[in-house]
Design a protein around this ligand. Structure first.
Ligand code: PA5
Length: 469
């Protein structure tokens, strides 16, 4: 029995119009076969048996991980991995007021997505009391931008280390442990932390929480620093599929998010993916529509149209997921995140009248968190807003969504909707798992291995050559 509402996928403006019922029915057998293949891969991975060469790399470990983490936690609240994550988060919340998450790609984008979707939009600007001791969160290591890191160091060097409000710690995340951007930022931040107040090795080691694979340079650094709290990214979970490992769970716990609800959301989506009949299965339906629109209608730009500001980073996380997973062998749809209504004033023109190469999926939050702000009546009515007096911002948002969908529909521009009941942990758990499952499912459907990202190595090789010349 779920204690939260399910998210939904609604392709009703597409099915029957761009995709006939009969065509959808024809798509379902290959999709069911691909689902079967994905589930067999999960079982293979879970069994620990050798992975055949034609399946490598196989990072199917992400699928059942949320359930396993929850089971372990329910059996051992203190000693389980999630128990340790929660204890570390609590310790950090007592000792520091700022945490820098250092990582790139899959080692940071999921955390940013959760932070922006679930926390107060001005979290970092709120007082420590208003934040209920939840530390401010900053990101580093996601670039080699000199001035951005120098600016962060300015901020971290402010105030007096004696004051808890001025102390900071670092969660450094890298699965390989050798990513240059992360390594460089970590070295500079480590230096700053040692100079600052964490100068004593014992204190320093408590202020650094490494999250990494079971071997590699970061693992060795963590050992040399003797960090008492460190977490492992399990084998068989690729970077962009790692949000439900300590990669995402530790920062989420530090922010005071309900990580159990997040994991329960992911588990609920697994169940729907496995059990629900195709007509009721958000993962199968989503892939059917995206795939059909791409191969039969040439809509190979996938716009994730987020309505509201808090979901932009979810879109950026999905950009990486789709691009790195399916952008291979000269194929793969182009992901594009937009934030509306903001981008109706920038990209909207092109989406309405530009090339017919786009499928727009709206990401809609049904219920806002805060009391509705309403337009008041005013004696200063030069803006003519009195005729809308009483309307709330959610009323205006709803009208914008309906109006935009209608405008696109009138010009045969296809749109579908994903609805989140709220932007909260259960909904985000469901959504992120849905999109990860969909990406893997589509990969198997079209014969592309969704795991691994061999194309990312080329730039690294050349960058290193230039650096060492
Ligand atoms: O999806 C992936 O595996 C990549 O995007 C990685 O997350 C990214 O390259 C960072 O790698 P690492 O965590 O090894 O530093």
């Amino acid at each position: 029995m779920l204690n939260f509402t399910e998210i939904s996928y609604d392709p009703s403006r597409i099915v029957g119009r761009y995709l006939a019922d009969a065509q959808l029915n024809n798509l379902l057998p290959p999709l069911e076969q691909a689902r079967q293949e994905v589930m067999e891969e999960v079982a293979l991975w879970d069994s620990g048996a050798a992975v055949p060469a034609d399946k490598q790399p196989l990072d199917a470990g992400f699928v059942d991980l949320p359930q396993r983490i929850l089971d372990d936690y329910r059996q051992d609240r203190q000693g389980s991995e999630l128990g340790r994550i929660l204890q570390t988060a609590e310790r950090l919340r007592d000792q520091v007021d700022t945490v820098v998450v250092t990582g790139i790609g899959g080692s940071y984008m999921g955390t940013r997505a959760l932070f922006e979707a679930c926390c107060h939009p001005y979290h970092n600007q709120l007082s420590r009391e208003t934040r209920d001791r939840r530390p401010r969160l900053f990101f580093a290591g996601d670039n080699v931008d000199n001035d951005a890191l120098a600016g962060l160091l300015d901020l971290l060097n402010e105030g007096s280390w004696d004051q808890p409000a001025d102390r900071w710690a670092m969660v450094v995340i890298s699965k390989s442990g050798g990513t240059l951007e992360t390594a460089v930022a970590f070295r500079l931040l480590l230096e700053a932390l040692a100079n600052r107040g964490g100068g004593q090795p014992a204190e320093l080691s408590h202020l650094i929480i490494p999250v990494t694979g079971p071997a590699g340079k970061l693992f060795e650094l963590a050992t040399a620093l003797d960090c008492p709290d460190r977490f492992l990214i399990p084998e068989g979970v690729g970077g962009r599929f790692s949000i439900f490992t300590p990669v995402g769970l530790l920062p989420a716990a530090i922010l005071g998010l309900d990580v159990v609800a997040l994991l329960e959301g992911a588990v609920a989506m697994n169940e729907r993916f496995r059990q629900a009949k195709p007509s009721d299965n958000p993962v199968l339906q989503y892939v059917a529509v995206c795939h059909w629109m791409e191969v039969e209608q040439g809509r190979d730009v996938r716009v994730l149209s987020t309505w509201g500001k808090s979901l932009e980073a979810v879109g950026l996380w999905y950009d990486q997921l789709l691009a790195e997973s399916l952008g291979k062998e000269g194929r793969g749809a182009l992901p594009l995140t937009v934030v509306n209504t903001r981008d109706l004033h920038s990209r909207g023109q092109q989406h309405q009248e530009g090339p017919r190469d786009k499928l727009i999926t709206n990401l809609i939050v049904d219920q806002v968190r805060r009391d509705h702000l309403r337009i008041s009546r005013s004696d200063l009515n030069q803006d003519a807003l009195n005729e809308l007096a009483g309307k709330s911002l959610p009323d205006i948002m709803r009208a914008a969504i309906q109006g935009t969908n209608l405008a696109y529909e009138e010009d045969q521009r296809p749109t579908a909707d994903i609805h989140l009941p709220r932007a909260d942990e259960p909904a985000l758990g469901q959504l992120l798992q849905m999109l990860m499952l969909a990406t893997v499912l589509e990969g198997r459907l079209i014969g592309i291995n969704p795991y691994g990202q061999p194309g990312v190595e080329a730039y690294k090789r050349h960058m290193n050559e230039f650096l060492r010349r």
